[in-house]
Design a protein around this ligand. Sequence first.
Ligand code: ATP
Ligand code: MG
Length: 249
Amino acid sequence: MARTVLEVRSLEAGYEPGVPIVRGASIRVEEGEIVVVLGPNGAGKSSFIKAIAGLVPVSGGSVTLDGQDITGAPAHRMVRLGLAFVPQTENVFPLMSVEDNLKVAGGVLPKREVAPRIEEMYRLFPDLRERRTTPAGNLSGGQRQMVAVARALMVRPKLLVLDEPSAGLSPKFVSMVFQMLTDVRKAGVTILLVEQNAKAALAIGDRAYVLVEGRDAHEGVASELWNDPVVAELYLGHRASPAQGGESR
Ligand SMILES: Nc1ncnc2c1ncn2[C@@H]1O[C@H](COP(=O)(O)OP(=O)(O)OP(=O)(O)O)[C@@H](O)[C@H]1O
Ligand SMILES: [Mg+2]
């Protein structure tokens, strides 16, 4: 049986005491999976994964990473605990070269492990090797997301958590980012992903949750959720189309 990497139970979190934004959300991520969190604007998706990553105060429920209770641990401890969070914006140092971005991210590794790990990142992301001396801020949006992900992976996290990695990118770079995430998963990384781009995210995901008003309203196999008529119409903004190979229920 697959190992459970992340188990979130009835999480409650918010920015002000007594005003919960995340209201009892539960999810599970198994080793090697890509799990997607979808939901309408303002559903609390970002707040939910930020609470998991220690960036929003937790007022109830629990977060367990690889069997260890990490509920409410501060963000700066999460890297050592094995959880790497890639925020939606400002996720690279724009004035620093690609290589320096990776070096800084590897700061918690023993010194002799940094250069070999950077080499592994270049093998996984050959584009970055070519741009190693380029300031990260001068890269395309897609390549910048690659740097952000490579930075997160420097420390070999047990779980990679991303908030809308395709946001604001042109279609060409959107597909580049989703291809990159499938490559990262192939390299053995377990991924939890929040996305607006439901179709593309469900295409690469194994399972998905739909978050509505801070709660998990639906859970399912990624490919089936896209074709679920209720989910499609209410939360994903399209009509399920059985004619295109989906199941009708
Ligand atoms: N820093 C903050 N301080 C106070 N309230 C916030 C903060 N960030 C978000 N909120 C509130 O939390 C609620 C959920 O926002 P959140 O950004 O988590 O939703 P989301 O599902 O990620 O939305 P989107 O699809 O637009 O990214 C919103 O009502 C928002 O106003
Ligand atoms: Mg958000």
